[in-house]
Design a protein around this ligand. Structure first.
Ligand SMILES: Cc1cc2nc3c(=O)[nH]c(=O)nc-3n(C[C@H](O)[C@H](O)[C@H](O)COP(=O)(O)OP(=O)(O)OC[C@H]3O[C@@H](n4cnc5c(N)ncnc54)[C@H](O)[C@@H]3O)c2cc1C
Ligand SMILES: *[C@@H]1O[C@H](CO)[C@@H](O)[C@H](O)[C@H]1NC(C)=O
Ligand SMILES: *[C@@H]1O[C@H](CO)[C@@H](O)[C@H](O)[C@H]1NC(C)=O
Ligand SMILES: *[C@@H]1O[C@H](CO)[C@@H](O)[C@H](O)[C@H]1NC(C)=O
Ligand SMILES: *[C@@H]1O[C@H](CO)[C@@H](O)[C@H](O)[C@H]1NC(C)=O
Ligand SMILES: *[C@@H]1O[C@H](CO)[C@@H](O)[C@H](O)[C@H]1NC(C)=O
Ligand SMILES: *[C@@H]1O[C@H](CO)[C@@H](O)[C@H](O)[C@H]1NC(C)=O
Length: 496
C-alpha cells in the first residue's frame, strides 16, 4: 500500500538533487582541522571530502535539503567509548562539531560547514527486554517498532517511519498514544550520556536525577546520548484509520481535531493521529487527511467517530501492527527545502478554521515559488498527555499544564535556494500575525514544540521561567566548560 505517499503531507517522493554544491568545500577551521587529523589517526573510517561516501554523509541523509553542508570530516563512532574519546579530542582541539541522529530536524541543527560531523548510524544496537527496550541513537522509530513486533509490544516514539530515535526523544515526542502514556520523553527510563568532558554517565530516576529530568525536553544542551532505555507496552495490534476529505469537509475536520484536543477522559484510551491540510496553489485543490491509530482492535477506532461522521473521499479502517502501519509512512529525505513555523492555541474550531483560510490566501501570494509544497499541520496536546508528567514523580522541562492545546504549523517546501529568505519571512510573518490575533483573543499559548518549530523560533521562551533556571543550573554542573553551548553546533540552544 503506497497510499500515504499519494495523499499525505509528504506526497510522492521525487528526490530532487541537492542544489548546494558539495564540491565547494569550506576551508576547515583550525580546530576542526586538528580534530579531523587526530580522529583519522585514532579511528578507521573517518570520511573526508575526497572520499566517495562524503556526499552520502554530508547531504543524502538529511530530510531538509537546506541541511546539506560541507563538514571538514565525518566521524562515525561505533561505541560510547569512541564518542568519549572524540569528545576529549574536540576539547583539546577546541573543534566545533555537529551531531546527526535520524537527520530529520531543520537546517542549522544537525550538520556543519567546516567543522566535524558526528554521524550516529553505527550506534545501532537494540535489545528488547521484558518491558523496556534499549536503543542506540543510530536507529529510527521503524527499527524500534520492527524489533518490538515479535514481542507484541510498542514504544512511544515517532508517527512516521524514518524519524530518528535520539532527536525526537530529546525534544518531546508526539505519538499516537500520548493521551495515555505521555510523550516519548516521559517514557525514557534511562539515558547513557557522554558529557562534554568525555565522562560517561547513566541518568535515571535514582542516579543523576537532575540530568534525567533535564534530558526530558532539554534537547542537545547536556551531552551526547549513546543509549536510550524506553518503556514498552503490550499492544500486539492497533486499530487504524485513513480518511481524506475534500475542501467542503475541512471545517468539520478542523472541528474534529479540536474535539480530540479537548478529550479529557479519566481513563483515556490511547489514540492519536497525523492531521493535516494540503493545498495546491496551481490547481487550487485543497484536501485534508487524518492518519489515526488507536490501541486495541475495535474497528473502526472509536475515538475517531467525529472524523468518521464527515463525508470522506477515502476511508480505510484496518487492524494491524505498529510496524505494518509505519511501513508506508515514509518521509523521503532530500525531497525539498523546507521551512517550519508553528504556534500554539487553546482548541477553538472557529479560529482554527480562520487560520487555515488565512494560510490558504497567503499561499496564493507565493504561488510563483518553484516547487511550492505547502501543508497546514495540526498537532494535539491533550490534558491527559500533560497529566502523565504531572503525576509520575519525574516531570519534564515543558511544565505544560493539563488543559488541551492545538499546535498549528505551516510546513512549506520549495525548490530553489534563491527563495530561502522569501519563504522564511513569509512563513514567520504569517505565523506571528495570526498568533498575535490569538493573543488578543486570550486563546494563545506561548508553548513552542522544537519538532514543529522553525529555526527562527525560541522554544525556551515558552516554558516556565523556573524550569529554564533549573535547566541552566543543571547545565552548569554537568557541562561546566560549556562544550554543548560553545562547540556543539546547531539545534535549539538554551541561552546563557
Ligand atoms: C517528516 C517529519 C515528521 C515528524 N514527525 C514527528 C512526530 O511524529 N512526532 C514528533 O514528536 N516529532 C516529529 N517530527 C520532528 C522530529 O521529532 C524532530 O525533527 C527530531 O529532532 C528528529 O530526530 P532525528 O534524530 O531524526 O533528528 P536529527 O536532526 O538527527 O537530530 C535532532 C537534534 O538532536 C541532536 N542530536 C541527535 N542525536 C543526538 C544524541 N544522541 N545526543 C544529543 N543530541 C543529539 C542533533 O544534533 C540535532 O540538533 C517530525 C519531523 C519531520 C521532518
Ligand atoms: C578516504 O580516502 C583515502 C585516500 O584515498 C583512503 O585512504 C581512505 O581509506 C578513505 N576513507 C574511507 C572511509 O573511505
Ligand atoms: C465528538 O464531538 C462531540 C460534540 O462536539 C464531543 O462532545 C465529543 O467529545 C467528541 N468525541 C471525540 C471522541 O472526539
Ligand atoms: C466532497 O466530497 C463529498 C464526499 O465524497 C461529496 O459528497 C461532495 O460532493 C464533494 N464536494 C466537492 C466540492 O467536491
Ligand atoms: C491491513 O492490515 C493487514 C494486516 O497487518 C495488512 O496486511 C494490510 O496491508 C493492511 N491493509 C491496508 C489497506 O492498510
Ligand atoms: C500541484 O499540481 C500540479 C499539477 O497537477 C503538480 O504538478 C504539482 O506537483 C502539485 N503540487 C503539489 C504540492 O502537490
Ligand atoms: C567531567 O564532568 C563531570 C560533570 O561536571 C564531573 O563530575 C567529572 O568529574 C568530570 N570528569 C573529569 C575527568 O574531569
Amino acid at each position: 500500500m503506497n497510499l500515504f505517499l499519494s495523499l499525505s503531507l509528504l506526497g510522492l517522493a521525487t528526490a530532487s538533487s541537492s542544489s548546494n554544491s558539495l564540491t565547494d568545500v569550506v576551508t576547515p577551521q583550525k580546530g576542526a582541522s586538528c580534530a579531523c587529523k587526530r580522529l583519522s589517526r585514532t579511528f578507521d573510517g573517518v570520511i573526508f571530502p575526497k572520499n566517495a561516501s562524503y556526499t552520502e554523509q554530508a547531504a543524502d541523509k538529511y530530510w531538509d535539503i537546506r541541511a546539506d553542508l560541507s563538514p571538514a570530516c565525518v566521524f562515525l563512532p561505533a561505541s560510547a567509548d569512541e564518542v568519549s574519546k572524540a569528545m576529549s579530542l574536540f576539547n583539546s582541539c577546541n573543534a566545533q562539531f555537529a551531531v546527526r541522529g535520524g537527520g530529520h530536524m531543520n537546517a542549522r541543527s544537525n550538520n556543519i560547514d567546516g567543522g566535524v560531523l558526528v554521524a550516529l548510524e553505527k550506534l545501532n544496537d537494540i535489545q528488547v527486554k521484558k518491558d523496556t527496550v534499549e536503543v542506540g541513537p543510530g536507529l529510527t522509530w521503524y527499527d524500534v517498532y520492527s524489533a518490538l513486533e515479535p514481542h507484541g509490544r510498542v514504544a512511544i516514539g515517532g508517527r512516521l517511519k524514518t524519524i530518528g530515535v535520539p532527536g525526537l526523544s530529546l525534544i518531546g515526542g508526539f505519538h499516537y498514544f500520548n493521551s495515555k502514556y505521555g510523550y516519548a520523553m516521559d517514557n525514557v527510563v534511562s539515558y547513557d550520556v557522554v558529557l562534554g568532558n568525555g565522562t560517561q554517565i547513566t541518568a535515571t530516576k535514582s542516579s543523576h536525577k537532575d540530568l534525567f529530568w533535564a534530558l526530558k525536553g532539554g534537547a542537545n544542551n547536556y551531552g551526547l546520548v549513546t543509549k536510550f532505555t524506553l518503556r514498552t507496552y503490550d499492544m500486539p495490534k492497533v486499530s487504524t484509520t485513513i480518511q481524506v476529505y475534500n475542501e467542503s469537509g475541512i471545517p468539520d475536520f478542523l472541528n474534529a481535531v479540536c474535539d480530540m484536543a479537548l478529550l479529557d477522559e479519566k481513563d483515556p484510551i490511547a489514540a492519536g493521529m497525523v492531521a493535516s491540510v494540503q493545498y495546491n496553489a496551481t490547481t487550487k485543490v485543497t484536501s485534508a487527511s487524518v492518519l489515526g491509530v488507536q490501541e486495541g482492535i475495535s474497528k473502526p477506532p472509536s475515538r475517531f467517530a467525529n472524523f468518521s461522521a464527515i463525508p470522506a473521499t477515502t476511508r480505510i479502517n484496518n487492524v494491524t501492527t505498529m510496524k505494518q502501519w509505519a511501513t508506508d509512512l515514509d518521509s523521503p529525505k532530500q525531497m525539498f527545502r523546507v521551512m517550519f513555523s508553528h504556534k500554539t492555541m487553546k482548541p477553538d474550531a472557529e479560529v482554527l478554521v480562520s487560520i487555515y483560510k488565512a494560510w490558504k490566501d497567503a499561499v496564493d501570494q507565493i504561488a510563483d515559488v518553484e516547487g511550492l509544497y505547502p501543508t497546514f499541520v495540526t498537532n494535539v496536546a491533550s490534558a491527559p498527555a500533560a497529566r502523565v508528567a504531572l503525576t509520575n514523580g519525574v516531570g519534564n522541562v515543558w511544565g505544560l499544564e493539563d488543559t488541551g492545546h492545538i499546535l498549528w504549523q505551516f510546513s512549506t517546501g520549495w525548490a530553489l535556494a534563491q527563495d530561502d529568505l522569501r519563504i522564511e519571512a513569509w512563513s514567520r510573518q504569517l505565523a506571528e500575525s495570526l498568533h498575535a490575533i490569538n493573543v488578543e483573543k486570550g486563546i494563545a499559548s506561548e508553548f513552542v514544540y522544537m519538532g514543529d518549530a522553525g529555526e527562527w523560533q525560541d522554544p525556551f521562551a515558552g516554558i516556565p521561567k523556573e524550569n529554564v533556571a533549573r535547566m541552566k543550573e543543571i547545565r552548569s554542573s554537568y557541562d561546566p566548560e560549556g562544550v554543548f553551548s560553545r562547540l556543539n553546533w546547531g539545534g535549539f540552544k538554551l541561552g546563557l
